[in-house]
Design a protein around this ligand. Structure first.
Ligand code: BES
Ligand code: ZN
Length: 623
């Protein structure tokens, strides 16, 4: 008898416990449709502010805590639909106090899962308690040995294009702007930084507050945590890095105050208060990321001679094109990147002169031609400026088309109208669309309305934007340095005499062009000579190394292979990894080497880089 009561009580207790863990599910789910790579119902509900209260756990490789979303639901929608991917949702509370029903939608490999939350008619705030997964795509957790100092771990995020949803439940579409604030808790050995107002020193409590009062799209949400220190470079700018890198980085970026001044002089006041750069460990998969107030940058641009700082000009330019005036959808990506490459070129010209800016631009145009040769065969549709990425990963739209074809389109317009008129237009454009998002079609309409004063000039907008390939009227840069190099390389290719290389005034980019134009099938003999004279295999300049190693693989120059392997083991920047792994994969022997190096190196690569390389290596084994 007693036993029976005890058993019943026990079962009852378990029942109470289990049901308290289970949340209320949505009874009848609304229709969930993906629109511009987002499941969220941003058309019906305005997301105004996100407050994050997150703790950083390096042992578990997770962020945990809550996100409180402030919404304006004027159309009285019954549900709030958010984007999530790889997130573990623990609880959802309206006004951070009242439990409500919520459910996750079906999983999509690219887009993740919709989080559907039932609202009351007066809901203003929704609190979501959650933690991230150790392999959340936006988060890169580095072990101490993957950092320069080697003592402390490091964490950084990469939210563009649609990875913010792997660390913050949100409306993850560039069309949605919101302000944010955050409290981040971490061990007292680390300094956390965000794309917001930052703290410059560690504090013993290990709790840090952040404010981003200017509205931003989710792809600009960013966090980095590590043993980081700050060095001032100017009144409103400076650099953050691991202490071992700080001095070098500060020297490399001394021109930063000049760049900010040049950029503001061209297209209007800098809108974000401070502009700082964070130099990340080498596994950062990109060259740079324009997180507002705090550009993230790869250490591979620290060449020691400032020869790769155009990347800083690029990320700074995004403070106008991209961050202030944002592409509405990823199909309009060229509005972010094409404008930025054009703007970057103008900053470089202003500070370092036209000769150097032209050399940089013509090098990029060379890359564009190579990309076009390839894409006109494999994916001609993707050579249009206006993309169609429906059902695909927006990463597929990241190519020289948006960047360089986009910039050359603007150069074409500049040539047509003259610099003064075109600059006036760009100023008006940035001013008109600031804090907003813009589509390609809105750009065209705005352009036509503003430029109709010049009736004789009729630019072919349609061909540039909606047709494949590069229009015949694409201007040529006519770089005098490239001309000088081409003449030099012609002579070398004919005579195979290395002593004809005249390195007077050579910069990194001169080497790059030279290596790209040497005649591949006759240079094996010259390569040994070049290497003994200029020690390119042992170079520490990431751009020269990349071009040199590709050339070495192509021509079976084996002496460089150990250096190449070392490079692949340390550098995680996708732009450098792709051409090397691709070139290696061209022969069965090379593919084997690529696979064995990749297996050793992959733990130091970000998922963004890993995904691309794995696709490549896998494709090659299928053949
Ligand atoms: N915003 C991009 C990086 C990006 C684009 C990340 C799309 C994810 C998806 C950044 O501004 C950029 O363009 N970086 C370039 C450098 C630049 C100098 C061309 C890079 O990382 O190579
Ligand atoms: Zn960019």
């Amino acid at each position: 008898m007693f036993n029976k009561i005890f058993n019943t009580l026990f079962i009852l207790l378990i029942f109470v416990f289990v049901s308290s863990c289970q949340h209320k599910q949505i009874e009848k789910m609304p229709d969930i449709k993906a629109f511009n790579h987002s499941f969220s119902n941003y058309d019906s509900i305005n997301l105004e502010h996100i407050y994050l209260d997150l703790a950083v756990d390096f042992n578990k490789k997770e962020l945990h805590g809550k996100a409180i979303l402030e919404i304006n639901n004027t159309s009285q929608c019954k549900f709030l639909i958010l984007d999530t991917k790889q997130l573990s949702i623990e609880d959802v509370k309206l006004e951070d106090s009242v439990s409500t029903a919520w459910s996750l939608g079906e999983e999509d490999k690219i887009l993740g899962q919709a989080l559907v939350i039932e609202l009351s008619s007066t809901t203003k705030k929704v609190a979501i308690y959650y933690h991230t997964s150790p392999d959340a795509e936006a988060l890169m957790w580095l072990a101490p040995e993957q950092t320069l100092g080697g003592k402390y771990p490091f964490l950084f995020t990469q939210s563009q294009a649609i990875l913010a949803r792997t660390w913050v439940p949100c409306m993850d579409a560039p069309a949605v702007r919101f302000t944010y604030s955050a409290d981040i808790t971490c061990d007292k050995n680390y300094l956390p930084l965000m794309s917001a107002s930052n703290n410059f020193k560690k504090n013993p409590e290990g709790r840090y507050h952040f404010e981003m009062p200017q509205p931003i799209p989710s792809y600009l949400l960013a966090l980095a945590v590590g043993n980081i220190e700050f060095r001032r470079l100017g009144e409103n700018c400076g650099v953050f890095a691991e202490p071992e890198m700080l001095e070098k980085a500060a020297n490399e970026f001394v021109d930063l105050p000049k760049m900010i001044k040049a950029a503001s002089g061209l297209y209007g006041d800098y809108a974000w208060g401070r502009y700082d750069i964070l130099v990340l460990p080498p596994s950062f998969p990109f060259g740079g990321m324009e997180n507002p107030r705090l550009t993230f940058a790869t250490p591979t641009i620290i060449a020691g001679d400032k020869s790769l700082v155009s990347l800083v000009a690029h990320e700074l330019a995004h403070s106008w094109s991209g961050n202030l005036v944002t592409n509405r959808t990823w199909d309009d990506f060229w509005l972010n990147e094409g404008f930025t490459v054009y703007f970057e070129d103008r900053i470089m010209e202003h500070i370092y002169g036209k000769k150097y800016a032209d050399l940089l631009m013509q090098l990029s145009v060379g890359e564009l031609h190579a990309t076009l040769d390839d894409m006109m065969q494999s994916a001609p549709g993707d050579t249009k400026l206006k993309l169609n990425l429906k059902g695909r990963n927006p990463d597929d739209g990241v190519s020289d088309i948006a960047y360089v074809k986009g910039a050359m389109f603007l150069k074409y317009l500049e040539n047509l109208y003259g610099r003064k008129v075109f600059d006036d237009f760009l100023n008006a454009y940035f001013n008109h669309f600031k804090w907003k998002t813009v589509t390609t079609e809105e750009f065209i309409e705005y352009f036509q309305n503003h430029m109709s004063k010049w009736p004789k000039v009729k630019p072919d907008l349609d061909e540039w934007i909606y047709q494949v390939g590069l229009p015949k009227n694409c201007p040529s840069i006519g770089s005098t340095e490239i001309k000088r190099l081409d003449e030099m390389v012609n002579k070398i290719n004919q005579s195979k005499e290395v002593k004809l290389i005249d390195t007077t005034g050579f910069t990194t980019q001169h080497w790059m062009h030279l290596l790209r134009t040497l005649n591949a099938d006759s240079i094996t003999t010259i390569m040994t000579q070049i290497d003994t004279t200029y020690h390119l295999s042992e170079s520490t300049n990431s751009e020269i190394q990349c071009d040199w190693y590709v050339l070495c693989i192509k021509n079976n120059y084996k002496a460089a292979l150990p250096y190449m392997e070392q490079y692949l083991m340390t550098v995680g920047r996708r732009k450098f990894l792709i051409p090397i792994y691709e070139q290696l994969s061209a022969t069965p022997e090379g593919l084997k080497l690529a696979q064995s190096i990749y297996n050793k190196a992959k733990k130091g690569y970000h998922s963004v880089s890993r995904n691309t390389i794995e696709e490549m290596l896998l494709k090659d084994t299928k053949h």
